[in-house]
Structure formats: structure tokens, C-alpha cells
Design a protein around this ligand. Sequence first.
Ligand code: GDP
Ligand code: MG
Length: 294
Amino acid sequence: MHSGFVSVIGRPNVGKSTLINSIIGKKVAITSNKPQTTRNIIQGIYNDDESQIVFVDTPGIHKPTSKLSKTLNNQAYYSIHDTDFIMFVVDSSGVGTGDEFVLGEIKKADKPVVLVINKIDLISKEELIKLVTDYSKLYDFSDIVPISALKKNNIKELVKVLKKYLPDEILYYGKNDITNKSIEFQIAEIVREKVFNATFDEVPHSITCVTDSIIRNNNAYNILVSIIIDRESLKKIILGSRGEKIKKIGTSARIEIEALLGKKVYLELFVKTVKKWREKEKYLTEYGFNEYKE
Ligand code: GDP
Ligand code: MG
């Protein structure tokens, strides 16, 4: 039995959350085509007969613009220094200045770095060879693995490579655990993802979701979730005309929550305004955003 912790580091939107979900085979991290969807450190846990790999998903490292962003960046750096090795995820769009910035930070941690080149479904073999060459010039990576997280290409190969870097011989979590996050948190994340996906760019990152209650009632669950917004004007966008958008959000969230819990779910969503919550330390604490603040 070998186990260990790996930081999943990379620019926003390269596919880190999609990759963790593909490896684990279940959804533990929410994904979206908008950067900075991942707010908390999500630990996805991969288990098989001979190993346990704990993935520490992080928000992308970026220049902080608000208190929330600063907390996000702290989490990313925290993770680099606290895990056994690093999985540096890039997409197939080519080396960018952002990569060099992130690598600069990674170097300081002085531990094995596995380069994962994601989204290879979007490029040709020749382009991939060029990418590998370009990245090899930047850093002496311990391993380089091209994959497609979305199409699940080469994921098994990647897991095999990651197993080389597991230093410990104990189980940190149960053999059936796939995340260390509470069920309340996972439910809130599912709703947040559905809000993001239903609203395109109209709703920026000024929303969060909180599970207010889960009540078991015979063979079903009654679940209340609040969607927190920072200004009244977002309410109309989330509700949609005659409430059709929130209804859609509720239906798609309910289906996933039922899959998660294995029971029928009655889901109620509330939209609440908390002015400028992003800037308010108090709310950041309340919603668990500075768990890992240094
Ligand atoms: P993160 O910010 O790094 O966690 O990125 P996400 O996992 O949220 O993914 C960002 C976007 O890239 C989503 O729209 C994904 O569906 C998409 N994506 C992820 N992996 C792949 C892939 O292998 N191929 C393609 N074409 N798209 C992908
Ligand atoms: Mg993510």
C-alpha cells in the first residue's frame, strides 16, 4: 500500500477539476468554462488495491484583485509546500507567460513535478511533439504525460505515473472515500455549478451557495440551498423571466444531488443578497473560504 498527496497546479481553465473527476470516476470538483470556478481546496481521493492518491485541487494562481482572490492564492501556495509532489497541468494552447510565472513558484517548493498536457483532443500529433519540446526547455519535469481529461484519454497511464511518487505506507482516508468535503458542501457546489452554467457571463464570480438544511423524510431528502449574491440586480438574471431559469438550475442540480445521495430529493433554492460579500472578511470566514489562510 502506497499513499501520498499531490497538488494540482495550473492556470485557470486548463482542466484541473475535469481531470480530478476523470481520475476518480465521480464528480468531486465542479467544472465550468469560466476561470476561477474552484474556490475551496477540494481533495479528491483515488483508491485502488495498492494505492491511495489524495488530490489537492487549487484555484489557479493569478494576480489577486480582491480579498477573496487573495485567499484563493494563499490556498494555492499553501498546497505547493504541503504535499508530496506536484502535478502541473497545462492545456494544449502553447507555452504562455502565465506558465513561467507558475513554474517560478513551483521551483521554490523543490519536489517532483509531473507535467500533464491536457486537451490533446484539440491538437495534432505534430503539435503535441512541439509542445513537449517547448515545455521540456522550461523545466526538468520528472515526467510528462499528455492526456484528454474530457475524453478520458491516457488517464490510466497518468495514474500509473503518479503512483511512482507516493511516499507513504498508510491510508489517510477510508478505501471508499472520494472526497473529504461534507455532503452540505458538495450539494452547495453542485448548485453553484448549475448557476454558472445557466447564466453564462452575466453572473460573474460574485455568487456563492450554502446548504441551509438537509432534512430526511421517509425515503427522500428535503434540501434548502441559498444562492448568495452581492447585488440585487443579479436576482433577476438568476431567476429568469417567470422564474424559468431558477427552475432549470433546480432541476439539473436535483438530478445530480439525487445521484450523489441515492435517494429522491426535493430541492428548494433561495436567492439572497449579501452586499459586497466578497470584501467582507466575516462572510469569507462564514463560508469557509479562509480555511487555509496563512
Ligand atoms: P480548471 O479551472 O483548471 O479546474 O478547469 P475545468 O476543469 O473547470 O475545465 C475548464 C474547461 O475546459 C471546461 O469547459 C472543460 O469542459 C474543458 N476541458 C477540460 N478538459 C478538457 C479536455 O481534455 N479537452 C477539451 N476539449 N476540453 C476540456
Ligand atoms: Mg477547477
